[in-house]
Design a protein around this ligand. Structure first.
Ligand SMILES: *Cc1c(COP(=O)(O)O)cnc(C)c1O
Ligand code: SF4
Length: 341
């Protein structure tokens, strides 16, 4: 059958879109009809951490608006070049929780498997902007060693495919990994931490879903969506496909100045996630990573926003406000007092 023949060489549509990502600051500003006065700073900041954004995400931005909440997450700014005491390269000390390449094991019962060093998008506030990705591109031998590490520790009940973005890996690699992990009897759950359904929704295909759900392991996908505007039609469809496959969907966001640090945006984010069947999980305080200080929301503001959210929304639609503290055995919850609403 001709149809069956062509299916075997299925066009790599998401890979083409990924390859078309914008990495040139001038191109980004031109596409969005923004003034080139923003260009010199963007070029300067781009040198330490490259601009990278797939076009489906750009399509969700408002042309002509330099304060667009999606643009702010990806546009290099001169502020990134300022040094601030306490804002460092590896705020979480992850370079020391790397028992072996490809694994970050900090918490009881679960660990991160660094499936791919790469991301489709470079978020300016990312704590991994200084992470030594090159050391985490595993050879076949190292993959087997990483799997052995999981096999030898029967306290590990959940494996979290992480990165970078794990869904940058091919379906074939993900299917192989998922099968290997499912073959380890003490592992009970599989989790994927990804931003791709928001920035490159075409990545969510039947074939990907099959690769991730074909084993005995229940799958949770934790999205990373910071603003309701990220949930366009294609994004909602991608999420819908995951839901229909029986995947549990959660979201983590980062509280970011100039992006979502107000009650309206945080409410809209929860409500719109709710519409697509995604539960808010964490709202992260910014990691103190060098170059990201201009995104910082102070703790008093954060807890006041949380108190207001608790009053406005049903409890299950309110994310937990947490901070990562190097050396702590879990993400640290930040207490919220309703009297400060
Ligand atoms: C966030 C994180 C996890 C997952 O933590 P949960 O609280 O289970 O979501 C696991 N390992 C590391 C290193 C993490 O940073
Ligand atoms: S998608 Fe996640 S890991 Fe990748 S740059 Fe953005 S915040 Fe960092």
């Amino acid at each position: 059958m001709i149809h069956g023949y062509s299916a075997a060489v299925e066009p790599a549509r998401w890979q083409n879109i990924l390859a078309d990502s914008v990495t040139d600051p001038r191109e980004l500003l031109t596409r969005l009809q923004l003034g080139l006065d923003l260009l010199p700073a963007a070029v300067a900041a781009d040198k330490s951490f490259r601009l990278r954004v797939p076009t489906p995400f750009i399509d969700l931005m408002q042309p002509g608006n330099p304060h667009d909440p999606l643009l702010r997450q990806i546009l290099p700014l001169g502020d990134e070049l300022l040094e601030h005491p306490g804002f460092v390269s590896d705020p979480l000390g992850e370079q020391h929780s790397n028992p072996q390449p490809g694994i970050v094991h900090k918490y009881h019962g679960r660990l991160l498997l660094i499936v791919s060093g790469g991301c489709a998008v470079n978020c300016r506030y990312c704590f991994r902007r200084h992470f030594p990705y090159a050391d985490n591109n595993l050879s076949t031998t190292e993959w087997h060693q990483a799997l052995d590490y999981i096999r030898q520790d029967d306290s590990i009940k959940e494996v979290i495919l992480s990165g970078g973005d794990p869904l940058i890996a091919t379906d074939k690699r993900l299917a192989w990994l998922t099968t290997e992990i499912a073959g380890i009897p003490h592992v009970r759950r599989l989790r994927v931490h990804t931003r791709l359904p928001l920035v490159l929704p075409q990545r969510i295909t039947e074939s990907l879903i099959t690769a991730l759900t074909a084993t005995r392991l229940p799958l949770t996908v934790v999205l990373h969506c910071n603003h309701a505007n990220e949930l366009g039609t294609a994004q909602r469809n991608a999420i819908q496909q995951l839901r229909q496959a029986g995947v549990m969907l959660l979201n983590q966001a980062v509280l970011l100045r100039g992006v979502n640090d107000n009650l309206t945006d945080l409410c809209d984010l929860s409500e719109n996630l709710g519409d697509t069947g995604v539960l808010p999980y964490y709202l992260h305080m910014l990691d103190h990573v060098r170059g990201a200080q201009h995104f910082l929301v102070d703790e008093a503001t954060a807890t006041r926003l949380m108190a207001q959210l608790l009053i406005k929304l049903p409890g299950f639609m309110v994310p937990r406000l947490v901070r990562e503290v190097a050396g702590q055995p879990a993400k640290v919850p930040i207490p919220v007092d309703l009297v400060y609403a």
